[in-house]
Ligand binder design. Structure first.
Ligand SMILES: [Zn+2]
Length: 471
């Protein structure tokens, strides 16, 4: 039975979809004015894992992740670059898709762009005005009136009257309350032509929050199951989405709110000013995308993650250990498509342990621990009982598929190299162990000698462990 931690109730709840067997999920996507960084990678990987697990659990999932392609930062960047907005956003949408593909993300079912939903946004704003939950201020902007929505603050646990002034938006342009937020921004004379849409309230463009309310409502209905995003979006973005959607539709908006934790770099907040800001494309120059995915999923999605090279190296070693067990299994065949969502047809006891972990609020660290136990079992078997070993190897591959890794040809992963040749050494050690298990000591000695000639000395330790050092 799946349990999900719901930010709204601050507790794990038994998951019940609105329609049996079907799940509708919306995740806030990128604002496309720059390349995606590690924080974006985490959101994308976390909710890819969630979608995969729900599908592997036999739910029919509709997964929507939007693209914000109109926004202050986009307008500013386009002006700085002297480039049309559509050209700028398309460039970064393409870059995001390239990153997604490298990270083995399954494409969402819908990837709506805000600029294609202006009509739906205007419809929603119109309903909010009718219901007197919004007003047009003197400067021409249409604002949401937070005081008209008594539940405001419920998601983020903030009391509207106790919000500290630092968190309050400056009162500008005749807002009735500093917390009121913009639904429709009136065009300013200096703003470019491609940022203006006609509306009953004058030429202008939507505010950021209304974009998500309109797109999710149009594609998933006025009420749906899961809404996700980074923890930093809880307030004000998600709070505002709830206020707008429930205000306009008069019914509950989302049943389960999921938020993933932050990424820190060497224990510091990732920021451009600290110079510790990592783009996905730069990280992928040094590390295999599968290692990055594995690194992200070794942590629980709600926990903060600390990004360091050492952590990435450790993730790589872990992945090598898993792939090696597959590589050494006689008759093992890897799946033909790397992004397949496999049905869970495998050895029940392992499937059960894995499912218990995943159904406990997507506890991927625990699920990965099960994969390591399974790998130990495969390694313990050695050359004994090849059919069982093969079955265990396929179970390992199928379980890992639900997390989106271990789907490549193991040898090509192990040989992919890493600049210092560690993966190559590991595979040689694996080959030597396989030779020893097959009692081909001549071959085992030849491998040892070959490595020694390359300056790598192997030392056999008790328990079948082999370590190496450079000499
Ligand atoms: Zn959003």
């Amino acid at each position: 039975m799946l349990q999900i931690y719901n930010t709204l109730s601050r507790s794990k709840e038994v998951f019940k979809p609105l329609v049996a067997g079907e799940i509708k999920m919306y995740v806030c996507g990128m604002t496309v004015y720059d390349y995606c960084h590690l924080g974006h990678a985490r959101v994308m990987i976390v909710f890819d894992m969630v979608a995969r697990w729900l599908r592997a659990s036999d739910y029919k999932v509709t997964y929507v992740r939007n693209i914000t392609d109109i926004d202050d930062k986009i307008i500013q960047r386009a002006l700085d670059n002297k480039e049309p907005i559509a050209a700028l956003t398309q460039r970064f949408i393409n870059a995001m898709h390239a990153d997604s593909e490298l990270l083995h993300l399954l494409p969402p079912d819908h990837e709506p762009r805000a600029t294609h939903y202006i009509q739906q946004m205007q419809g929603m704003i119109g309903r909010l005005l009718e219901r007197e939950m919004a007003y047009q201020s003197e400067d021409g902007d249409v604002n949401f009136a937070v005081r008209q929505f008594p539940k405001y603050g419920a998601l983020s646990g903030k009391d509207i009257d106790e919000l500290n002034p630092g968190e309050r938006v400056a009162v500008i342009g005749g807002k009735r309350d500093p917390l009121d937020f913009v639904l429709w921004k009136k065009a300013k004379p200096e703003e470019p032509a491609d940022t203006r849409w006609q509306s009953p309230w004058g030429e202008g463009r939507p505010g950021w929050h209304i974009e998500c309310s309109a797109m999710s409502c149009d594609l998933l209905g006025q009420q749906f199951d899961i809404h996700g995003g980074g923890a930093d979006l809880q307030f004000p973005h998600h709070e505002n989405e709830i206020a707008q959607s429930e205000g306009a539709n008069g019914k509950p908006f989302v049943n389960y709110w999921m938020h993933n934790g932050h990424i820190r770099v060497n224990q510091e907040k990732m920021s451009k000013s600290l110079g510790n800001f990592f783009l996905i494309r730069d990280v992928l120059k040094e590390f295999d995308p599968e290692v990055v995915r594995f690194f992200m999923l070794r942590a629980h999605y709600r926990s903060p993650i600390n990004y360091t090279d050492a952590q990435l190296q450790e993730a790589r070693s872990g992945l090598i250990r898993l792939y090696r067990a597959l590589a050494e299994t006689v008759g093992y065949e890897h799946p033909q498509t790397s992004n397949s969502v496999m049905k869970l047809e495998m050895i029940d006891a392992w499937k059960e342990r894995f499912a218990v972990a995943m159904n406990d609020d997507f506890n991927t660290p625990e699920a990965i621990a099960v994969l390591f136990d399974l790998t130990s079992e495969i390694n313990r078997l050695g050359a004994e009982n090849p059919p069982l070993r093969l079955q265990l190897a396929h179970t390992l591959c199928a379980l890992a598929a639900t997390l989106g890794f271990l789907q490549r040809n193991p040898n090509s992963f192990l040989q992919s190299g890493d600049g210092v040749g560690e993966a190559a050494i590991d595979i040689q050690i694996a080959a030597r162990q396989a030779a020893k298990q097959a009692k081909d000591f001549k071959q085992a000695d030849a491998i040892r000698q070959h490595l020694l000639e390359q300056g790598i000395l192997l030392e056999d330790k008790p328990g079948g462990l082999t370590i190496w050092k450079r000499v």
